[in-house]
Ligand binder design. Structure first.
Ligand SMILES: [Zn+2]
Ligand SMILES: [Zn+2]
Length: 342
């Protein structure tokens, strides 16, 4: 998405100018709501009659969804394809989006070598959920204004808006150079994230990974299939489930954190928005659904706070900390959280 520099606004959140972002400032600045509002909200102010429909988002999302009934035909349907969905979700989305884009890049919940940060970010790119800088920008705005104007995707506008509607209409608040400077200065200093942000580079990375999966599928087909018809069917089925259906599946479980986890579930903490702990989407996202816990302590890389709140993404990060790959894994600040307990 292009950055429009014509609509500059005065920065409010000012990440540190040092090489490393000021973590306390990020954690503090991401929470300035003024109390839960039960009434409905209009769309964000900068979504109006002048806003463009984002066809470059809408067309691929519609096209991928149109392939769902195709994937369910006897030619393409495969139980191993279905079983791959939670595996692919863990690899690309829990590690890429949950650990990478969210807990690391947005909230700086742990330290790791640059190559590992880039690996996680690249897995996130392969989930086709926007570039890292763009995702971080939207999510930091969400934390700053959760369920208040101008939260980009609150269900107080509508459930559909929060789930996916907000993706398809231009929000001019989120595309200015000023917005990138205000919310993602730490990321825009990084050459890899700047490169991904340029033009459609992040989309080409996704396309490259899809071609790789296609090649792997046909490679396996060449060794296990006897006829060329079987080979073609296996190769296309492999691609359909490991790339297309996996992408659609992971879109919805991730989007449900913005929609379902702000509508349905229980609250451990009194927070300034309507975030909920939603067990279903916590299981489906390997931990992101403990969203009320997350809003209560955004910096913590551990989203499951109670013993039953299973957070496989955090468990994975804790294991990586044990072997020394990551450091300073942020855990819940219990003394601060006790003051917010319901
Ligand atoms: Zn939220
Ligand atoms: Zn967050």
């Amino acid at each position: 998405m292009a950055i429009d520099s014509s609509n500059e606004t005065k920065p409010v959140v000012r990440p540190s100018r040092s090489a490393e972002p000021d973590r306390d400032a990020i954690a503090k600045d991401l929470h300035v709501g003024t109390g839960v509002q039960s009434k409905r909200l209009p769309k964000p102010e900068k979504v109006d009659g002048q806003s463009r429909i984002l066809w470059d988002y809408l067309i691929p999302v519609v096209a991928f969804h149109l392939l769902i009934p195709v994937a369910l035909t006897s030619y393409f349907f495969s139980w191993w394809g279905v079983l791959f969905l939670p595996i692919g979700n863990y690899i690309f989305t829990s590690m890429g989006i949950g650990a990478g884009y969210h807990r690391l890049l947005t909230h700086r919940g742990f330290d790791c070598p640059k190559w590992f940060e880039y690996l996680l970010a690249t897995l996130g790119v392969c989930s086709l959920q926007d570039s890292p800088a763009r995702w971080v920008l939207v999510h930091r705005v969400h934390h700053q204004h959760s369920d208040h104007q101008p939260d980009p995707h609150t269900p107080k506008v509508s459930a559909f808006w929060s789930h996916m509607g907000w993706l398809f209409i231009e929000n001019r608040e989120l595309s200015t150079a000023a917005a990138y400077d205000k919310y993602t200065r730490d990321m825009m200093r990084d050459p890899y994230y700047r490169w991904l942000q340029r033009g459609l580079n992040w989309v080409w990375v996704y396309v490259a990974h899809a071609i790789l999966f296609l090649a792997v599928g046909f490679g396996i087909a060449a060794t296990v299939c006897e006829t060329s018809a079987q080979m073609i069917q296996f190769g296309l089925t492999f691609f359909m489930w490991t790339v297309v259906m996996r992408t659609v599946y992971t879109w919805h479980v991730t989007w449900a954190i913005n929609s379902a986890a702000h509508m349905w579930g229980y609250r451990n903490y009194e927070t300034r928005e309507d975030s909920r702990n939603n067990w279903l989407f916590a299981l489906l996202t390997n931990g992101e659904g403990w969203h009320n816990n997350h809003h209560a302590d955004p910096r913590s890389a551990q989203h499951g706070h109670q013993w039953w709140e299973f957070d496989f993404t955090y468990i994975s990060l804790a294991a990586l900390e044990k072997i020394g790959l990551i450091k300073n894994l942020a855990r819940p600040n219990h003394s601060a959280l006790d003051r917010k307990a319901v």
